[in-house]
Design a protein around this ligand. Structure first.
Ligand SMILES: Cc1ncc(C[n+]2csc(CCOP(=O)(O)OP(=O)(O)O)c2C)c(N)n1
Ligand SMILES: [Mg+2]
Length: 432
């Protein structure tokens, strides 16, 4: 007998069959929702370690939940960023503008003005409060649900709409999916449909910033579903190894299209707890509490600026509406989930806080909402002058072949000629 590998000789015995486990969400359409399993600590209860602390001092916070706004709409505890009323009103206004913009663009898609849109309803505190906590020239590597950052930085709404309509004024010449903005002059990196790619890019950018001795830091946002991608872990390794000046955010809105967070590992531990395994700082925050989000980003940004290293922040929130205009969440989740979400609505919570401070009123809020709707309407009308989907007012067809090579190679020139002539035959009424 030929000599084989050593055999353990361990008896197989009378073992039970192995069972394959597949996570299942708690509620399906029509189910009554019970959130009593969620641990929601009191506002103000979480400790706030020094920004320069050893990473492990933050680890208890990765399974906790930093909350500032309490049930009486007061800001409490060591994480209260103590913002002045003017700044609070600015944040409220920007969050409400983001919501008004989303609502109008959603309707625009239903009216056929664009092929696609994605709202960030219920998640406005995360993008807006983070933008307020950062410097305007810190570099953001967003996912597709941080339009609130562009809006916070004053990017013109009309430019956003031109891109959404893929019209002739679209700065991206119709080459990106609607909502996948790119705004270098606003420190807003090109949004990619290839999930999670922005995470290693942000870490790399921040490493370069450190190599150059610059003072700007980078931040990136990823959905909890996307955090299951390998890119997430590559980014975490590089960030830890090179002590990169970066703030890495996981927006845990419970859903990745129709897959619940369990498929990205939420049944085992929190997303913030991934920081522990890499030895970096981690925070877990009530993502519907604008003050808590601000405080966490401020803490992590200061830490990165002081060369104390990267931070992973989990923003615990809920995707209140569909994934995109192509989605119908009533097919896979209970409608009660959004209604009963125990952390409330971020816009309402900040509004109620300002009212409790005596710095705002229901009347002022209603007036502001009216003005914001009008601002969005006016921007929409302006953008429509440059064209909407399917009305021919897009970039000239041949531009599709440009901007890759300095000089168009012969094979692409041939393809362009063929495409354009076929198009003329098919659509003789179209000029270009
Ligand atoms: C690499 C890759 N895989 C899959 C998809 C398809 N896809 C687009 S969005 C999405 C869900 C992402 O969910 P999550 O990361 O939780 O972000 P959210 O939409 O909740 O903000 C999926 C699977 C993709 N665009 N890229
Ligand atoms: Mg998600």
């Amino acid at each position: 007998m030929a000599e084989g590998p050593a055999r353990s000789g361990k008896p197989r015995g009378n073992l039970p069959p192995l069972e394959f486990y597949v996570p299942e969400p708690r509620y399906r359409p029509g189910d009554v929702v019970d959130y009593s399993h969620l641990e929601i600590p009191e506002a103000g209860a979480a400790r706030r370690p020094d920004e320069a602390c050893d990473a492990k001092e933050t680890w208890p916070l990765t399974t906790d939940l930093i909350r500032v706004l309490d049930e009486n709409d007061q800001a409490v505890g060591p994480w209260d960023p103590k913002l002045d009323p003017e700044t609070l009103r600015g944040m409220l206004r920007t969050m409400a503008l983001t919501r008004a913009f989303d609502d109008r663009m959603y309707r625009g898609q239903r009216q056929g003005k664009t092929s696609f849109y994605m709202k960030s309803t219920g998640e406005e505190a995360i993008s807006v409060a983070c933008a307020f906590a950062l410097a305007d020239d810190d570099m953001v590597f967003p996912s597709y649900r941080q339009q609130g950052i562009l809006i916070s930085r004053g990017y013109p709404l009309v430019e956003m709409i031109n891109q959404i309509y893929s019209n002739r004024a679209d700065r991206l010449k119709g080459r990106q999916l609607p909502i996948m903005y790119s705004a270098k002059d606003y420190g807003f990196f090109t949004i990619s449909g290839n999930l999670a790619t922005q995470f290693p890019q942000a870490v790399g950018w921040s490493m370069a910033s450190a190599i150059k001795g610059d003072t700007r830091i980078a931040t990136s946002f990823i959905g909890e579903g996307s955090s299951a991608e390998g890119d997430f872990h590559a980014a975490m390794t590089f960030a830890a190894v090179y002590n990169a000046p970066v703030v890495l955010n996981i927006v845990n809105n419970q859903w990745a299209i129709s897959s619940f967070s369990g498929f990205a590992g939420s049944e085992r531990t929190t997303f913030a707890a991934r920081a522990n395994g890499y030895g970096i700082a981690g925070l877990r925050v009530d993502g519907n509490d604008a003050l808590a989000v601000y405080a966490a980003m401020d803490w992590a940004a200061n830490r990165a600026r002081a060369n104390k290293g990267p931070t992973l922040i989990e923003h615990f929130t809920y995707r209140a509406e569909g994934h995109s205009t192509s989605d119908d969440p009533s097919a896979y989740r209970s409608a009660r989930e959004a209604e009963d979400w125990p952390l409330g609505d971020p816009v309402m919570r900040l509004k109620n806080h300002l009212i409790a401070l005596g710095e705002w009123s229901d009347e002022q809020h209603a007036e502001m909402d009216k003005a914001l709707a009008e601002e969005v309407r006016a921007a929409t009308k302006d953008a429509e002058k440059n064209g909407i989907l399917g009305h021919g007012l897009h970039h000239p067809f041949h531009t599709m072949f440009e901007d890759v090579f300095e000089e168009l190679p012969w094979n692409l020139r041939e393809q362009a000629d063929q495409a354009i002539s076929e198009r003329r035959t098919k659509f003789p009424e179209w000029k270009e």
